[in-house]
Design a protein around this ligand. Structure first.
Ligand SMILES: CC(C)(COP(=O)(O)OP(=O)(O)OC[C@H]1O[C@@H](n2cnc3c(N)ncnc32)[C@H](O)[C@@H]1OP(=O)(O)O)[C@@H](O)C(=O)NCCC(=O)NCCS
Length: 222
């Protein structure tokens, strides 16, 4: 079933941002039929069926949040770099992990940009150097565990999804750092690389995180 979701994120995020979620392993017959109405973009026509399904379910979740914001039945297109193209006046983001699909969208007048990521908690200390900058390793040395690594990884993916549509510039894990990550779901990130005139090195971005079953969810709100 494709349903609106209320996430345990702090502050007013749930008042400004609408979420929808689905589990591709537990779709209703009606949802499966509706998936067929989503046209696949050219690059996905040769993708494996599971990827085609997650793309289509993401689009149906996006239609649901767009409808709840605007009353219109619109589906985001897909840009040349894979980014979803939201209707005018709407910002949003799509994420998948395993069979879970999560989508967020908001009115641009409430939230200028939005990046969302859902990540199954992973236990991979060997990835720490890839995900964390040397400065982050020092900053978080007393708490580098599965939850912290997954959260920092996810927060940087959310940051990427929020800023790429604004800057058209790709960046990687060592191009941004997490300055704070509090137990009550607040994150602050800092860019370490200039992405554009408006997004120079040093720019700060707020994000939020929460635990949802065995997943970490992050939302970047530049
Ligand atoms: C775009 C990217 C961040 C997606 O993350 P992911 O964990 O692989 O996958 P997710 O399921 O969470 O997200 C996929 C969705 O991201 C969205 N997306 C893809 N490219 C995007 C972009 N350039 N900008 C914004 N959103 C994008 C799409 O909606 C996609 O789903 P869809 O194809 O079904 O519509 C990742 O694939 C990528 O390109 N990374 C390269 C850069 C990077 O990793 N930087 C590290 C952060 S600093």
């Amino acid at each position: 079933m494709i349903a609106e979701a209320h996430l345990p994120l702090p502050d007013t995020v749930n008042r400004r941002v609408r979420f929808a979620t689905a589990d591709t392993a537990r779709l209703t017959h009606q949802s499966i039929l509706r998936c067929a109405t989503v046209t696949l973009p050219q690059p996905l026509r040769r993708a494996i069926p599971a990827r085609q399904l997650e793309f289509r379910v993401g689009r149906l979740c996006a239609q649901k949040v767009i409808h709840s914001l605007t009353g219109e039945n619109l589906c985001p297109g897909r840009g040349a770099h894979g980014e979803p193209l939201w209707p005018s006046g709407v910002v949003g983001s799509i994420s998948h992990s395993g069979s879970r699909v999560l989508v967020a969208a908001a009115r641009e007048s409430d939230v200028p940009a939005l990046g969302l990521d859902i990540e199954a908690l992973f236990d991979a200390p060997e990835l720490a150097d890839h995900i964390l900058t040397p400065q982050e390793r020092v900053r978080f040395h007393h708490r580098i565990d599965s939850q912290l690594l997954t959260t920092v990884f996810s927060a940087k993916e959310s940051l990427y999804k929020a800023l790429f549509p604004l800057t058209s510039t790709a960046f990687y894990f060592h191009d941004a750092e997490v300055i704070d990550c509090t137990d009550n779901g607040r994150i602050r990130l800092r860019l370490l690389t200039s992405l554009s005139e408006h997004w120079p090195a040093g720019a700060l971005v707020q994000a939020r995180w929460c635990r949802l079953e065995n997943y970490i969810v992050t939302a970047a709100l530049p």
